[in-house]
Design a protein around this ligand. Structure first.
Ligand SMILES: O=P(O)(O)OC[C@H]1O[C@H](OP(=O)(O)OP(=O)(O)O)[C@H](O)[C@@H]1O
Ligand SMILES: [Mg+2]
Length: 183
């Protein structure tokens, strides 16, 4: 159920709260199997990935460490500038660690392309990506995400952490933002 004051801002709902939860549970089972017997450090990119991080971490029936990094490339626009800026760096040293980047969306791929190179230079034992959403037809660079939730059409989506001008992040579902909101 969408809040009444948001309903007309979405042209359609793509994934409900229950569908998102089921998908994260499925990804968590794969991650548990792949990292059995190894330490695991989850790194989320603020702010969009907070919901995925909170829910995925709790779906994992094992001990993990978590850390956050804030990078920004979108601001109040619906298109990536490609310019990535570190707003907050990690607290934990990545050397020798099994690192899993947790992201909400791969759109152009520019954010994750930059992030993967940045984190790789800190010498982790392994580095993989988990992203809830991907827009295959929007890719400007190819991102190899080992754990992927849903492929979606090339439309601007909001909810479950994803914002437009900082709004809609707290929606429990994910929907396509109606063009009248931003045009
Ligand atoms: O694949 P890309 O085209 O680079 O887009 C994906 C990135 O854009 C969004 O972050 P944004 O920069 O809007 O910051 P936010 O997470 O604070 O909303 C999103 O959360 C991803 O991190
Ligand atoms: Mg954003």
């Amino acid at each position: 159920m969408l809040p009444e004051d948001v309903e007309s801002d979405l042209s359609r709902v793509l994934y409900s709260e229950a569908e998102i939860k089921d998908k994260l549970r499925e990804l968590a089972r794969q991650i548990e199997a792949d990292y059995e017997g190894r330490d695991l450090l989850l790194i989320a990119v603020l702010k969009g990935a907070v919901m995925v991080m909170a829910d995925l971490a709790r779906e994992l029936h094992r001990d993990v460490e978590i850390d956050f990094m804030a990078v920004s490339s979108y601001g109040a626009s619906t298109h990536s500038s490609g310019v990535v800026r570190i707003v907050k760096d990690l607290d934990i040293d990545l050397a020798g660690r099994n690192v899993l980047i947790v992201e909400d969306i791969i759109d152009s791929g520019l954010t994750l392309d930059w992030l993967r190179h940045n984190l790789q230079s800190r010498n982790p034992a392994s580095l993989e990506i988990c992203a809830l959403l991907r827009k295959p037809t929007a890719a400007k660079v190819d991102i190899d995400a080992k754990y992927l939730g849903f492929d979606i059409p090339n439309e601007f989506v909001v909810g479950y952490g994803l914002d437009y001008a900082e709004r809609y992040r707290n929606l429990r579902s994910i929907g396509i933002l109606a063009p009248h909101v931003y045009s």
